[in-house]
Design a protein around this ligand. Structure first.
Ligand code: ARG
Length: 456
């Protein structure tokens, strides 16, 4: 007999049980379900809706069930439909009629809303912790590489010399925004759904502030009709994960490129590289590739739930049960991705000489020559043109612009004098503007991130 079986005269079809059940995946919520039920029953007793004796028995029963689940002794039965009813049914088996009082002033609609919301809120905190550790790694690498010069690129073409520290801090900036997004989602969604019942509240004299306190929420949600069908918290974490993974995927793409023999800017540690089953010489960057790949899945989970939600009339609809698997999948894959990305970065070798050598191709200091001419009073557009001619001369000689002699430069424009310095070092060191790549500017950025990490 189902817990809701009173008005039915026939057993549910087997295929219905299979189709309808969320138990195979919402088991994941057992802790939140048990904690929610304990908080609910304590509140019912405090309000005189059930006796203290009842509440005590319910709590003991629930804690026993928790142990059974954790010791793998719990008998999962798909015909129980979901984690909420599986636990309630077992409670009634264990403590008898008292167990039947637990569901007073409650519906599975507010029950699933509180369980899933708390699970997601905790994961927001897990992500912020993981992201903090990742930012620390970027900052540590930056500190070691303030003077490591690499080609900064636009369109994947050599553009201007920058430091590897500066490049790492670009990622620290991205992941800082991710950190903030997870924390903001936590704050925004930390509202208690319990006590909303099916959709309209309850005639029982409950106190939602009690369960709010007991479960660590900031306040009770304001409108029950909204609350039982609100899955914004789930969509937010799916979006936050999508954005996080997009950032992780971008650094992954760079790691893949940088570890090619064409770039050879980094060497991935053997611990985080894989081999080929046929080509004995190969060392493959599977880690960043998989992160890049899993990013697609994260987007898919976000779009799937957005699509589930878009046509739902108020309030609860069973469609909503489709909210969980995508979230579980995204959370699991993104947490491991960030962890392994961190380790991959920590253990990679940075090939400074190769980065420097690469800067000798592509006339990276051309802008510096133009800027030099501007300082001599030549309008930027004209300076741009003169520099273009100098680049053409270097190309025709098969050398880098920075290798042209003063005489050669003078042959392009007599105003170029011996105070011209087209070295990579001078180029990088001169970009001292706020947020720029010069060491003094990068040091300030490092300080900024260190302060941020200290405060969070
Ligand atoms: N398993 C359901 C879910 O995950 C729980 C809520 C069911 N409520 C209901 N009235 N059928 O959404």
């Amino acid at each position: 007999m189902k817990l809701w079986g009173g008005r039915f005269s026939k057993q549910a079809a087997k295929i219905l049980d299979e189709f309808n059940a969320s138990l195979p995946f919402d088991k994941e919520l057992y802790i939140e379900d048990i904690e929610g039920s304990i908080a609910h029953s304590q509140m019912l007793a405090k309000q005189g809706i059930i006796t203290n004796e009842d509440a005590k028995k319910i709590k003991e029963g629930l804690l026993k069930i928790k142990k059974e689940i954790e010791n793998n002794e719990f008998k999962w039965d798909i015909s129980d439909e979901d984690i909420h009813m599986a636990i309630e049914k077992r409670l009634i088996e264990l403590i008898g009629d008292t167990g039947k009082k637990l569901h007073t002033a409650r519906s599975r609609n507010d029950q699933v809303a509180v369980d899933f919301r708390r699970w997601v809120l905790k994961r927001n905190l897990d992500f912020s912790k993981k992201i903090k550790e990742l930012i620390e790694v970027f900052v540590n690498i930056a500190k070691e590489n303030i003077n490591t010069i690499m080609p900064g690129m636009t369109h994947l073409q050599h553009a201007q010399p920058i430091s590897f520290a500066y490049h790492m801090l670009a990622y620290a900036s991205m992941f800082k925004r991710d950190y903030e997004r997870f924390m903001e989602s936590y704050k925004r969604n930390n509202k208690n759904p319990l006590g909303c019942a099916a959709l309209a509240g309850t005639p029982h004299p409950i106190d939602r502030n009690e369960t709010t306190k007991a479960l660590g929420f900031d306040e009770p949600s304001v409108n029950c009709l909204d609350t039982v069908s609100d899955r914004d918290f789930a969509l937010e974490i799916l979006f936050n994960i999508s954005m996080l993974m997009m950032h992780a995927s971008r650094i992954s793409e760079e790691l893949v490129l940088w570890s090619t023999s064409e770039f050879a800017f980094i060497t991935l540690s053997d611990e985080y590289s894989t081999g080929s089953s046929i080509m004995p010489q190969k060392k493959n960057p599977d880690v960043p590739e998989l992160i890049r790949g899993k990013t697609g899945r994260a987007y898919g989970n976000l779009i799937a739930l957005l699509t589930v939600m878009k046509g739902l009339p108020l309030a609860y609809n069973k469609d909503t049960q489709e909210d969980k698997e995508g979230v579980f999948d995204s959370v699991k894959n993104a947490l491991i991705s960030i962890e392994i990305l961190k380790e991959t970065l920590k253990t990679m070798k940075i090939n400074k000489e190769n980065m420097y050598k690469a800067c000798k191709k592509g006339h990276l200091t051309a802008t510096d020559l133009a800027d030099y001419l501007v300082k001599k009073g030549i309008p930027f557009r004209e300076a741009h043109h003169i520099t273009g001619r100098a680049v053409a001369l270097a190309e025709s000689k098969g050398v880098d612009l920075s290798d042209l002699s003063l005489d050669e430069l003078k042959s392009i424009d007599a105003r170029i004098d011996k105070d011209v310095d087209l070295s990579l070092e001078n180029s990088m060191n001169s970009r001292k503007s706020f947020g720029g790549t010069a060491p003094e500017s990068v040091k300030k950025q490092i300080e900024y991130f260190e302060n941020f990490l200290k405060e969070i």
